[in-house]
Design a protein around this ligand. Structure first.
Ligand SMILES: Nc1nc2c(c(=O)[nH]1)N[C@H]1C(S)=C(S)[C@@H](COP(=O)(O)O)O[C@H]1N2
Ligand SMILES: [Mo]
Length: 198
């Protein structure tokens, strides 16, 4: 843990704020199963598909017309590093869902490069999930998922798919990449839902 001397009170607060088994990261680690898959914004598109509702697609230019949020959030990786008070700019999924039939209980998130992760729809609505395109006031770098990634800070960070390109809304839950490889299906850091049998 890197803590500057003289910030004793702050360190105490931060220690209390960490979910069980987590420590503060020094810097912003990069965790990817393979190389970056950052799509140029000229060809980037984001789609939401549903069994009955067809598919709704936004180009980068259309996305950039939508209202944005400034988000300050703590993030927690299942490999035990956390960062507190990270700042992002993104579009709430609530905004994208205004135009979509969202009467489905599950979503599978898709990324450029083939990564997937699954979430219940209730975790994507109500101001809990964003398509983030800036970190710390700057465009999201390729290694951190640029031009845009999912940001779902209340769950372990593997749910925050980098290089995101869309969502499939589903009637039955379908595990994503890490969920098929032994990670917990839901991933609540406060309950230490790291592995399938936690
Ligand atoms: N497309 C994609 N998204 C991904 C991953 C990945 O391998 N590919 N790794 C996940 C994991 S395990 C973590 S902890 C975070 C890491 O994000 P970072 O590299 O920006 O720290 O991205 C998540 N999103
Ligand atoms: Mo992770």
């Amino acid at each position: 843990m890197t803590v500057t001397r003289g910030f004793q009170g702050r360190r105490d607060r931060r220690t209390v704020d960490l979910p069980p088994g987590q420590h503060l990261a020094a810097g912003f680690p990069v965790l990817s199963t393979g190389p970056a898959h950052n799509e140029p914004t000229s060809s980037w598109a984001f789609s939401i598909g549903s069994p009955r509702g067809g598919t709704r697609t936004w180009s980068w230019a259309q996305m950039m017309q939508l209202p944005t949020d400034r988000i300050t959030a703590d993030i927690h990786c299942v490999t035990r590093w956390s960062m507190l008070g990270t700042t992002w700019t993104g579009i709430s999924l609530d905004v994208l869902f205004e135009d979509v039939d969202v009467q489905y209980p599950y979503a599978l998130v898709h990324s450029y490069g083939g990564y997937t992760t699954n979430l219940p729809m209730v975790d994507l609505v109500g101001g809990k999930a964003w398509i983030a395109f800036e970190f710390d006031g700057r465009p999201l770098t390729a290694e951190h998922g640029g031009p845009a990634r999912l940001l779902v800070p209340h769950l372990y960070f593997w749910k925050s798919a980098k290089w995101v390109k869309g969502l499939s809304l589903l009637t039955t839950d379908q595990p994503g990449f890490w969920e098929r490889h032994g990670y917990h299906n839901y991933g609540d850091p406060w309950r230490e839902e790291r592995h399938a049998d936690d």
